[in-house]
Write a protein that binds this ligand. Structure first.
Ligand code: TNX
Length: 457
């Protein structure tokens, strides 16, 4: 029933009537995030539901689990039934498999309004995911308010048009797109996430994927140009001179002021012709400020980085294994297994089919390489082709539900058993939450995008 599957679930006889209360204590001698839920007839002076947790996070995860036992309507925004809720008599013991159970959302290619970002934090919490990696800047948009360099968000925060579909054959929307978060918006996002035991890891991408910043301050770039209206790898990169590095030190200082996360992303991906010194110096700057730099696996090629740098291994797991050898911590996010922008079926009618086929079964079958310094794994939602929260829902779910189980629950996995839990228990929860997931049988008619070209690999 429960998703992600707990370490153990022992049913007793019958059910109890629950008044909605929980007796909780932080008393469990277990790993961070672990908990035990005991449901039995209520004692005279207490609740029928007793939670013992190792820490506040464990207590929070126990609440998510009890909600699941209460049925899908527990996930609605307000109760729709009167009377007590029935819960099974049981004991559940549980603990997370990985410390980093992440999702990246690319809010640069398409802006996700703050309200929808908060909703995604709710959805992550339901799945016991605990890291939101926010990709805040790219060629197509700059989403972080800068007090010191306001043209970053004023000029870099919007573009006059967007490629519609894959760049090889797609047209243009001809419609302006933009948006940015104020620093206070992001403080609110961070605080909202913290209440759900989610850490927000921000990323400002350097020295590639920087056209939006270059549009705002042309002196930063090797060449000029406006905010990009195309997808793909842009050859224009940041200059590696002292004044550009200084500019970015100041921008990162503003970022550090908003985001308390120890880990801070500097990107570093797909920067052909980019100077490795740039990444090294920003990494050093972050380390000097007491933070841990985080970069995509290309940063392994720029020369020595602070050992505490976290590497996101996306072009497969090999780079991650190399990073481990060099003493880095690693987050696994191999595109073949966890790129949720990739098409969900080998069917031309999938909306804007890009990448390789990645079904929910493929995601569920992913086994991250296990090693001490593998912090965990992360699913990535790149948004070139996900231009609205509805499109994001379609790409994210139910694959993200399968991913949540991979990072929370220990192997072995039984895909048939997962499918039963998904269809009988979890999709109804997503329905109650109003998530417009891709039905297992294929897209609903209004989820199709006929005529918008993709580029299947
Ligand atoms: C590669 S993964 C990228 C992104 C694209 C994505 C599309 C990574 C570090 N870079 O810029 O959005 O592919 O799937």
């Amino acid at each position: 029933m429960i998703l992600p599957r707990p370490v153990s679930f022992t049913r007793g006889d019958g059910e109890i009537e629950w008044d909605g209360t929980v007796d909780g204590r932080i008393s469990l001698d277990g790993p961070p995030g672990s908990y035990r839920v005991t449901i039995a007839a209520a004692p005279a002076d207490g609740s029928a539901v007793v939670v013992e947790a190792a820490d506040d996070a464990g207590f929070f995860y126990a609440r998510q689990t009890v909600n699941q036992l209460a049925g899908p309507d527990a996930f609605r925004a307000a109760p729709i039934h009167r009377g007590p809720i029935r819960l099974p008599v049981c004991v559940i013991e549980d603990a997370p498999r990985f410390a980093w159970r992440g999702v990246m959302i690319d809010v640069a290619r398409h802006f996700l309004p703050k309200h929808d970002l908060l909703r995604y934090l709710d959805l992550l919490a339901v799945h016991k995911l605990n890291v939101l990696h926010l990709h805040l800047t790219d060629d197509q948009g700059w989403r972080f308010e800068s007090k010191r360099y306001p043209k970053l968000h004023e000029v870099g925060g919007w573009r006059p048009s967007s490629r519609y579909g894959d760049r090889r054959s797609g047209g243009q929307t001809g419609r302006p797109h933009g948006g940015y978060y104020t620093q206070d918006d992001l403080r609110e996002v961070v605080a909202y996430a913290a209440r759900r035991h989610i850490t927000v890891v921000p990323e400002i991408d350097v020295p590639g994927h920087s056209q939006a910043a270059i549009a705002a301050y042309p002196e930063l770039g090797v060449s000029g140009g406006g905010v990009w209206t195309d997808w793909g790898v842009n050859p224009n990169v940041l200059k590696a001179d002292e004044s550009t590095v200084d500019f970015y030190r100041n921008v990162f200082d503003e970022l550090l002021d908003v985001f308390p996360s120890e880990v801070i992303g500097l990107g570093g991906d797909e920067a052909e012709g980019g100077d490795g010194r740039f990444v090294r110096r920003i990494a050093q700057h972050l380390a000097q400020r007491g933070r841990r730099p985080h970069g995509w696996d290309e940063v392994l090629d720029v020369g020595p980085l602070p050992t505490r740098t976290v590497i996101a291994s996306w072009r497969g797991e090999e780079a991650g294994l190399t990073a481990l050898e060099r003493g880095h911590d690693v987050v696994m996010c191999p595109e073949k297994h966890v790129y949720l922008d990739y098409r969900q079926a080998d069917d031309p009618s999938e909306p804007i089919p890009v990448g390789t086929v990645l079904t929910w079964e493929d995601v569920y079958s992913y086994e991250p390489a296990a090693a001490d310094r593998v912090l965990g794994a992360q699913a990535n939602l790149w948004t070139e082709h996900l231009d609205s929260p509805r499109r994001l829902d379609y790409a994210a779910f139910p694959r993200l539900s399968a991913f949540a189980e991979v990072v929370w629950s220990p192997a072995p996995r039984d895909i048939a058993e997962f499918r039963t839990r998904l269809t009988e228990h979890h999709l109804p929860r997503l329905d109650a939450l109003g998530v417009e997931y891709r039905p297992l049988s294929g897209p609903r008619p209004w989820q199709l995008l006929p005529g918008v070209p993709g580029f299947p690999r």
